[in-house]
Design a protein around this ligand. Structure first.
Ligand SMILES: [Zn+2]
Length: 173
């Protein structure tokens, strides 16, 4: 094979991108509600069994992260509190709370798009998914559709910062 073929995406890369695309659409839904744009799907046997997007503000629920909602839905769909042989696709590296949930769910694998350098608990700040002290390990693949997803988040925060600034400036007594 030529050297060029090394760079060709494999079948599994294409599958991962396909499901990340849906997580990305869910992240856009979060953004349309002014929530931090994160989306997640749970896949079992090549089918989506749970979906979620960040809704903490809307639901007054600090636990309503995309992963949490997708996993709750998947548990109901599979009628099982364990998500054995499932993969979670999420547009941002999970926080410590969601990483803990992933351990409890016994999920097999996660695929995330962008690293979270502030609170990422897959590998960036904490390593909770592949930790010898915990009784379950989750396979990790990062940087799938990274550019698109991190662009969505940074544009969101940029917009929010400028809105805050505009609000401050408009208060003139
Ligand atoms: Zn989380």
């Amino acid at each position: 094979m030529s050297e060029l073929s090394v760079a060709e995406p494999s079948m599994s890369d294409k599958v991962d991108e396909h499901f990340m695309q849906r997580a990305f659409e869910l992240a856009q839904q979060a953004e349309s509600h002014n929530e931090i744009p994160v989306g997640a799907v749970v896949v079992y046997q090549d089918k989506i069994v749970g979906e979620g997007f960040n809704q903490s503000i809307m639901l007054n629920d600090p636990s309503a992260h995309a992963e949490m909602l997708a996993i709750r839905e998947a548990g109901k769909a599979l009628n099982n509190y364990r998500l054995l042989n499932c993969t979670l696709y999420v547009t941002l590296e999970p926080c410590p709370m969601c990483a803990g949930l992933l351990i409890h769910s016994r999920i097999e694998r996660i695929v995330y798009a962008s690293a979270d350098l502030k609170t990422g608990a897959a590998e960036s700040v904490f390593n909770l998914l592949d930790n010898d002290k915990l009784n379950h390990k989750v396979k990790i693949k990062g940087k799938v559709m990274n550019e698109q997803c991190s662009e969505l988040i940074s544009a969101f925060f940029k917009r929010r910062r400028s809105e805050k600034k505009a609000n401050k400036n408009s208060i003139n007594f």
